[in-house]
Design a protein around this ligand. Structure first.
Ligand code: ADP
Length: 239
């Protein structure tokens, strides 16, 4: 699913968090929104998901204006920074939850089969009866991703998915997310303030500052030719 943002604006009371952002995300691409805290990354992600409404401009899913698509029909899977798993549900129940609330009704055996497939995909076989408190942070984030994938999304949105984890786990999860992305080919937009993560993982990197895109391109392009003092300093901080 191709996603296009055309002059998208978002204002909270009198504060403009997003200033006319235009962006094309090609079908199957993995795109990073990179920028310092407060630059508008999460707000953009939430507008694509339909959790916030833009008060100017348009967001298109394919050729369709997103405002014409009810949130539950957008085919979006969302992974939050802090997992947002239900602590009183097992791993399998957490993953199945997404399917139970989705429009496509599945029978109990169908749900069980799909949960098994997803557990294999995220390499968590055998942990289906554990509770979130009994597994590691990295494993919890894999459960969160499996839950997001349970509805067969056309678009995957991840908000600082690995932010709370330590550097080694983050590196492993990056490699693994890339593998899953390449296997499933889902259009993916993820938010991070971690330059290394964005440059390592994404097909395209979009750098934001104060609600505006200041540069976008492949990781090699933005590193080779930072187009402003801001980008140079921001990327320089990574080294
Ligand atoms: P980032 O994800 O890059 O850290 P955000 O999109 O979360 O940035 O926020 C961008 C700006 O919008 C920040 O200044 C933030 O305080 C403000 N903001 C975000 N959500 C709200 C809200 N619900 N109400 C008021 N201000 C908000």
């Amino acid at each position: 699913m191709k996603i296009r943002l055309d002059q998208v604006v978002k204002t909270f009371d009198t504060f403009r968090a997003v200033h006319g952002v235009s962006l094309d995300i090609e079908s199957g691409q993995l795109v990073a929104l990179l920028g310092p805290s407060g630059s508008g990354k999460t707000t953009i992600l939430r507008m694509v998901a339909g959790l916030e409404y833009a008060d100017g401009g348009h967001i298109y899913f394919g050729d369709q204006d997103a405002t014409d698509i009810p949130v539950r029909d957008r085919g979006v899977g969302f992974v939050f920074q802090h997992y947002a798993l239900f602590p009183h549900m097992t791993v399998a129940e957490n993953i199945a939850f997404g399917m139970k609330v989705s429009k496509t009704k599945r029978s109990k055996p169908e749900i069980a089969t799909r949960v098994d497939e997803l557990l294999r995909l995220v390499k968590l076989e055998g942990l289906d009866d554990r509770f979130p408190g009994q597994i590691s942070g990295g494993q919890r984030q894999r459960v969160a991703l499996a839950r997001a994938l349970a509805v067969d999304p056309k678009v995957l949105l991840l908000d600082e998915p690995f932010g709370a984890l330590d550097a080694n786990v983050r590196r492993d999860l990056r490699r693994w997310l890339r593998e899953i992305h390449d296997e499933l080919g889902i259009t993916t937009l993820f938010v991070t303030h971690d330059q290394e993560e964005a440059l390592d993982l994404a097909d395209r990197v979009v750098i934001l500052d104060q609600g505006r895109i200041v540069q976008e391109g492949t990781p090699a392009e933005v590193c080779r030719a930072p187009n402003s003092a801001f980008v140079m300093q921001f990327l320089g901080d990574a080294n």
